[in-house]
Design a protein around this ligand. Structure first.
Ligand code: IYR
Length: 224
């Protein structure tokens, strides 16, 4: 191995096997209550919660530790309105003609359509960008690596952190998304990957039964 600066890795707590089993089970019980939410309350959420969740997401494993992500947090009503208008325009084209019959059929049990009022109701819309170039330090323009993988993992951790704080999320993927660069004032070498809608569920929020059916372990894993 090439010489490089190191630190001892001593941060992980020592658990017994029984503790590990209990903790992994408890985590599963907690995370399985996560639901994708399409009905949000307009109740305000402290900015510190979002900041901490973004810091948690920023600990994700990623290519060469370049941390190739940017989280644009939209809170202004004007920006939300503009995002909603642009997203709904794309969605109308998708639901009316662009989406294949097979795709629309796959979405039918979720009950989604082109109307996205939650984009204005929810307190925060986090627009997640992947940075094709950047490196570790401000102002650098180095090549980044595994951007999709890195941003995907970070987004999963962001969702998990927000769920742990008792917040609901919706991963929204308007298609195409290029309008998000201008809306969020981000450079063209950044690729908008997702809009994460964040807030409390509305009092009368519902979830589609279809989304609650999860594949069993023997369908999603094999042991060799
Ligand atoms: N982007 C659209 C369509 C959509 C696509 C998939 I795949 C979903 O799991 C859900 C929705 C929309 O937001 O309605």
């Amino acid at each position: 191995m090439k010489p490089h600066e190191t630190l001892p890795y001593t941060d992980l707590p020592e658990y017994s096997d029984a503790e590990r089993i209990a903790r992994s089970q408890a985590f599963y019980e907690a995370i399985k209550t996560r639901r994708t939410c399409r009905y949000f309350s307009d109740e305000a959420i402290p900015r510190a919660v979002i900041e901490n969740a973004i810091l948690a997401a920023g600990t994700a494993p990623n290519g060469a530790n370049h941390q190739p992500w940017h989280f644009a947090v939209i809170q202004s009503p004007e920006k939300k309105k503009a995002l909603r208008a642009a997203a709904e325009e794309e969605e109308r084209a998708f639901y009316q003609s662009k989406g294949s019959e097979e795709w629309l059929e796959a979405l039918a049990p979720l009950g989604t359509d082109a109307d996205k009022p939650f984009l204005e109701t929810a307190p925060y819309l986090i627009v997640i960008f992947g940075q094709r170039k950047g490196g570790m330090n401000p102002g650098e323009m180095k090549q980044n690596y595994y951007v999709n993988e890195s941003v995907g993992i970070a987004t999963g951790m962001l969702i998990t952190a927000l769920h742990d704080a008792g917040l609901a999320t919706l991963t929204h993927t308007p298609n195409p998304m290029k309008f998000l660069n201008r809306l969020c004032d981000r450079p063209n070498n950044e690729k908008p990957m997702m809009v994460l809608v964040v807030g409390k569920p509305a009092a009368d929020a519902t979830i589609p039964v279809h989304a609650t059916i999860k594949k069993p372990l023997d369908a999603t894993s094999s042991w060799l």
